[in-house]
Write a protein that binds this ligand. Structure first.
Ligand code: S3P
Length: 431
């Protein structure tokens, strides 16, 4: 997405209650796993973000039934996965592109072409194409299959075991989806635990998944059972309000129905270790996922050190953790996060550029940042680089600046959180 519009965020506290949108990762999986079920998966609180709409458009183009009304979505197999009449468009969504590869590679007789926007066309695809090829997938594409567009000719895949070189839930999930239609079991071995929404959803539907240390195995399974539940609120969206409340004086925000899957909520643990004033209430489960309400208040924070082993459980929250670090006492070190270079934009560079524009000192490393705390942030113009999480992280930083901060290309928040700025307005009105 280009920098087509901008928003000015004025400093101040945040006060009030927010129900963040449905989880983006889980909503993608509702689309993909529902596509393998005759009875279908029906959920409420489906993510309103453009990324998950891309997934629904793809499965619809493949012949599945998709019924969407407000935040309710039902996806079922319909006439079954069949040739789409036009190239599939994953838009800005890496999860759509990579998981769809796993879904389509194992459906014999289908031929599909997958592409996406300019940002997605620059992102690495060999991480998913290479292991699928080992299982027998017929995938070709730009640079020999390293980049979109990819052409996928569905074929009966063999089973097998694959050791992931990079901790990636997208690659793991693509292989697990492929395994459901393979000839034998598929085992994925992870170097570090990554978000396990695919495994949880399959188990919740009654599909066998074997977990043994870092290895996860699925077995061929025809016609998945159906189910219905409410998608938890997206922790990655809630993270912006948790940090906003923690760093801006006089704040208190209640966050209702937030997903707290431990493979996702690493930021909460890190913030707590920094001194976050937070209550976790009414724990419950939805669709097999942990959910709770959070109340976060202005906090006295100290610095933290984050290393490679912690990165997967907070990979999307590192930009807003970097913002937090500027307001903590002491110097924060965030390393082992080179994956941020290949997200919707180069997030290591974009965060450093944005915070520097606001007058902060920040040292950029290949794999993270060193960030001195206790810094004053100033009124500035910053660029989202078309990346939703950069736009929202900069909006949170703006709350503690000494004047308005203009965020260029702010419309990209629609990727995961279309109502972000209207929620920010209502929390600001609560001051
Ligand atoms: C996701 C996995 C992560 C994350 C992305 C969503 C998923 O990507 O950054 O926003 O839903 O599986 P990687 O698999 O590249 O780490």
């Amino acid at each position: 997405m280009g920098a087509v519009n901008s928003v000015k965020v004025v400093p101040g506290s945040v006060r009030g209650t927010v129900e963040v949108p449905g989880d983006k990762s889980i909503s993608h999986r509702v689309g993909m796993i529902g596509a393998l079920s005759k009875d279908g998966i029906e959920v409420t609180n489906f993510s309103p973000g453009a990324d998950c709409s891309s997934t629904l458009e793809c499965v619809k183009a493949l012949g599945c039934d998709v019924v969407r009304s407000g935040d309710s979505v039902k996806v079922s197999r319909g006439k079954g996965l069949s040739d789409p009449s036009a190239p599939l468009d994953a838009g800005n969504s890496g999860t759509t592109a990579r998981l769809m590869c796993g879904l389509l590679a194992g459906v014999p007789g289908t031929f599909s072409v997958m592409s996406g926007d300019e940002s997605l066309q620059g992102r690495p695809m060999s991480r998913v194409v290479d292991p699928l090829r080992i299982l027998g997938a017929k995938i070709d594409g730009r640079d020999g299959g390293k980049r979109l567009p990819l052409a996928i000719r569905g074929t009966r895949l063999t089973g097998g075991q694959y050791v992931l070189p990079v901790a990636s839930a997208q690659v793991k999930s693509a292989l697990l989806l492929a395994g459901l239609s393979a000839q034998g079991s598929v085992t994925v071995v992870e170097p570090l635990p990554t978000r396990d929404h695919t495994e949880i959803m399959l188990e919740h539907l009654g599909v066998p998944v074997r977990k043994d240390g870092g290895s996860i195995t699925v077995y061929p399974f025809d016609d998945l059972p159906g189910g219905s539940w409410r998608v938890p609120g997206d922790f990655s969206s809630a993270a912006f309000w948790a940090v906003a409340a923690a760093i801006s004086p006089g704040s208190e925000v209640s966050l209702i129905g937030v997903g707290l899957n431990p493979t996702r909520s690493g930021l909460l643990e890190v913030l707590k270790s920094m001194g976050l004033d937070c209550s976790v209430m009414s724990p419950r489960t939805q669709g097999g996922e942990m959910v709770a309400d959070l109340v976060v208040r202005t906090s006295v924070l100290s610095s933290v050190t984050v290393g490679e082993s912690q990165v997967p459980s907070m990979v999307d929250e590192l930009p807003v953790l970097a913002v937090t670090a500027t307001q903590a006492s002491g110097t924060t070190e965030i390393r082992g996060a080179s994956e941020l270079r290949v997200k919707e934009c180069d997030r290591i560079a974009a965060v450093a550029e944005g915070l520097r524009a606001m007058g902060a000192q920040i040292v950029e490393h290949d794999d993270g940042w060193t960030i001195p705390g206790g810094q004053a942030l100033h009124s500035a113009v910053v660029d989202s680089h078309g990346d939703h999480r950069i736009a929202m992280a900069m909006a949170v930083a703006a709350l503690v600046a000494d004047g308005p901060v203009e965020i260029k290309g702010s419309d990209c928040v629609a990727i995961s959180y279309p109502d972000f700025f209207s929620h920010l307005n209502s929390l600001s009105e609560g001051r």
